[in-house]
Design a protein around this ligand. Structure first.
Ligand code: SAM
Length: 465
């Protein structure tokens, strides 16, 4: 029998009546950081999305939300544990805790298996059979129908360490950006999962040491500056000292005001023959958060766009969409040289100003500010010499580029497209549109850029078929 709620539907459970507990048999992971589960006493019964569990486990779970469409629960007691369960690296992100560390109880290799499964599932279920078949045919996908989720170099090194402690903490201490909120009681924390409530925190295990050492959670140093509801952003740039943004105020790590609004990011592009690339980025602007992400992404995207042999890249014409502060624009402009062109489009004006500063001595780059739309894609492509680009690079936000933009890109007749996606569902949709627009998948790779969360990044390269 399907268990019935003791409170009205469409309300989070804890707000009405007593939280209710069930014993669940946990099945496959689903997109969003939870697993599909069913009550052990009703295996054909209603699906419940359970967090903090692992496939194959039996758990006692507390229902956290019941709507007419979705029931959610947190595993609060593990009755039969998976061999992939480990001591959480971030217990404060466990059941009833803050969002953003929902896989912290899963061994790192098993997190990547989980994400690979979700990627394959999204490609098949959302992209359709055509997308699933195209991915399965790639040599890197082998029989498993989706590509492996590759560890970032820092995390792989920690996993291979001779120190058991370092191995156990692999995937932590890699985030160069951390956002906190000050709670009603003046203590800094993060929001509880799917809630506006701020839960105070004692540790920030995912943050790089440079951020932990600022001591944002310590009463003595920072509390005098905090006000309830205030947003705290900690930023540890690769090319300078960390800074802290308190709402609009920028402070040094010693809590002194600073007039400096921009930080310096340095990316090692020696593998591309470019040495160190230096970027000027607004402190509150978008930058890839994993300490290795800028370098690894630059290498993948540049090779995807310009080919393995970069000697042949000179004079190429590139259209780049959703370009942010110019992470990819700079190496692309450097490699296409004065005979080539890189036209980029970004919606955030501040990011475009940052990119203009960074690229001021690269005549190959033209940086446009505005919304990416079917029309802006056609207009910008038409402004390139010859009326169309050789390659289009897109790195859209989580919701993807969407059908109209992707169809407009597909209609340009460009030889190659590089799509970077941070959401597998959006990737599956956009990829399906590109395949139907006459493109064939040439390579796909996926990076574990957000360890201990369900997120990961995918890079696909397509060629005109
Ligand atoms: C995932 S970020 C990528 C930025 C850059 N490639 C990087 O890696 O740093 C996506 C970017 O798209 C921009 N963006 C989001 N929606 C947009 C839209 N409709 N039109 C133009 N830009 C948009 C955001 O401001 C953000 O800078």
């Amino acid at each position: 029998m399907t268990p019935q709620p003791s409170w009205s539907a469409d309300q989070p459970a804890p707000n009405r009546g007593e939280p209710r507990e069930l014993t669940l048999a946990v099945g496959a992971p689903a997109h969003g950081g939870h697993c599909v589960a069913r009550p052990v006493d009703d295996p054909g019964g209603r699906v419940i999305f359970v967090r903090h569990a692992l496939p194959g486990e039996t758990v006692r779970a507390r229902l956290t939300e019941m709507t007419s469409r979705t029931w959610r629960a947190d595993a609060v007691e593990i009755l039969q544990a998976s061999p992939d369960r480990v001591e959480s690296v971030w217990p404060e992100a466990g059941p009833g805790g803050v969002g953003g560390g929902e896989l912290a109880h899963v061994a790192l290799d098993a997190q990547r298996t989980w994400k690979r499964w979700v990627l394959a599932d999204c490609l098949r279920r959302i992209g359709g059979q055509e997308v699933a078949d195209a991915v399965a045919a790639l040599p890197e996908a082998s029989a498993a129908a989706a590509v492996p989720i590759e560890p970032m170099p820092t995390d792989a090194a920690a996993q291979a360490s001779s120190s058991a402690r370092r191995r156990a903490l692999a995937g932590t201490a890699t985030r160069t950006r951390v956002s906190l909120t000050v709670g009603e009681d003046g203590r800094p924390g993060m929001h509880a999962f799917r809630s506006g409530t701020v839960l105070p925190l004692r540790r920030l295990p995912l943050a790089v040491d440079a951020i932990t050492e600022i001591g944002l959670l310590e009463r003595s140093r920072w509390r005098a500056h905090y006000r309830p509801g205030m947003r705290i952003e900690a930023i540890a740039p690769s090319g300078g000292e960390p800074v802290v943004l308190l709402d609009e105020r920028l402070l040094t790590a010693q809590a002194r005001s600073t007039g400096r609004r921009r930080v310096r990011e340095v990316v090692d592009a020696s593998a591309l023959g470019l040495g160190e690339l230096t970027y000027s980025v607004h402190a509150e602007g978008f930058w890839q958060v994993h300490v290795d992400a800028p370098r690894v992404l630059v290498e993948r995207v540049v090779h995807g766009a310009l080919g393995e042999d970069l000697e042949g890249a000179a004079d190429s014409r590139v259209l780049e969409l959703y370009s942010g502060a110019g992470l990819f624009t700079l190496p692309l402009a450097a490699l296409v040289g004065s005979g080539g062109e890189v036209v980029s489009l970004e919606g955030n004006e501040q990011a475009v100003r940052d990119a203009r500063r960074t690229l001021h001595d690269h005549p190959a780059a033209r940086l446009a500010s505005g919304r990416v739309s079917a029309r802006s894609v056609r207009e910008l492509a038409g402004s390139l010499t010859g009326g169309r680009p050789d390659v289009v690079v897109l790195d859209p936000p989580r919701q993807g580029a969407g059908r109209e933009v992707i169809e407009a890109v597909g209609a340009l007749g460009t030889e190659r497209i590089v799509l970077v996606a941070c959401d597998p569902a959006a990737l599956a949709r956009d990829l399906g549109t590109l395949l139907r627009s006459g493109y064939a998948l040439s390579s796909m790779s996926a990076l574990d850029m957000f360890p201990h969360t369900h997120h990961f990044e995918t890079i696909v390269v397509l060629e005109r078929s």
